[in-house]
Write a protein that binds this ligand. Structure first.
Ligand code: NAP
Length: 276
């Protein structure tokens, strides 16, 4: 299969490394190739046509094009449509189809870490594409309540459209600091991501209120907020397992078969030191 990742600047992408590890484990290195497909936003429709003509089977889509590709697809899965972001495109003889495997990748990473969300009070930091995928997952998997924290909760037209599908309370950071503890905190902002490694979206004092803390960031593997959480005895999870699981979710769509969790575990372990 001809595969790749679509994005603006992809120099630091670790996607090829993850997919190549999978091909190796499956002994299918010679059958597939996974490349970096950099393009300008304005070229997306032409590039999609070119990739189709060149017999590509599928592409991942990364920031900032997860929304931009949507108008050019034949159909979009339920999750991706509700979330409003596509991270996987499958090209078939019936057209180009869009999916969101961040949703299932997040779920697989929670299962791996033993973090339950059913019946739990959850707090989500950020209102972007990743936050929407996580909120949809929490809503579909029985979270008791969902509080979403934004720097400007009153200026979120995209989010308002999405939030009709889920029951969530949108507050600002000042309000969060007045709230009591909740069960699970999930950072869906880029705060703390390399090279901004000394920043945290919330203070240590606030982080200490949550017994389980998930950060979607995978570089560095121990972000400031996860360091705070560990110091106070919380169960923690970084974004690497989710990153690998969403990549494997895409491969399952392209290959049309299930891939065992043990494969995700093996690749996630190998990727742990990728950015060291
Ligand atoms: P995004 O669309 O840019 O959204 C990020 C959100 O974070 C924004 O909507 C914003 O919400 C908030 N934010 C941005 N800058 C901030 C700042 N300086 N301080 C506080 N809040 C800020 O990005 P995304 O696609 O949702 O991705 C978010 C993070 O998740 C990134 O670090 C990305 O790498 C990671 N991610 C990881 C995976 C994985 O597989 N592990 C998958 C997807 C994304 P407000 O304006 O409402 O405050």
């Amino acid at each position: 299969m001809k595969l790749g990742v679509i994005g603006g600047k992809l120099g630091h992408s670790c996607s090829p490394a993850i997919h190549e590890k999978l091909f190796k484990i499956l002994h299918e290195q010679t059958q597939h190739q996974y490349g970096l497909l950099e393009m300008d936003r304005n070229d997306i429709p032409n590039e999609l046509q070119r990739l189709n003509a060149e017999h590509y089977t599928g592409m991942n889509v990364t920031i900032p094009y997860k929304l931009d590709v949507m108008p050019f697809l034949t159909d979009i899965s339920r999750e991706a449509r509700i979330i409003g972001a596509v991270n996987t495109i499958h090209i078939t003889d019936k057209g180009c189809f869009g999916y969101n495997t961040d949703y299932s990748g997040f779920g697989r990473s929670l299962d791996h870490a033993g973090i339950a969300v059913s019946g739990k009070n959850c707090v989500v930091l950020g209102t972007g594409g990743a936050a929407r995928a996580i909120m949809q997952y929490l809503a579909d998997h029985g979270a008791a309540s969902m509080t979403v924290v934004s720097r400007c909760p009153h200026r979120k037209p995209d989010f308002d459209t999405f939030s009709h599908h889920v029951d969530a309370e949108l507050i600002n950071y000042a309000e969060l600091s007045r709230r009591k503890r909740a069960d699970v905190l999930i950072n869906c902002t880029p705060v703390g991501m390399f090279p901004d490694v000394d920043s945290s979206p919330i203070t240590e004092e606030l982080t200490a209120r949550y017994p389980a803390v998930v950060d979607l960031i995978y570089n560095p593997k121990d972000t400031k907020i996860l360091q705070y959480a560990k110091k106070h005895g919380a169960v923690t999870l970084n974004g690497m397992y989710m990153l690998v699981a969403q990549a494997i979710g895409s491969e399952e769509i392209w290959m049309g078969r299930h891939i065992e969790s043990s494969v995700i575990e093996q690749i996630a372990k190998e990727m742990e030191h990728y950015y060291d």
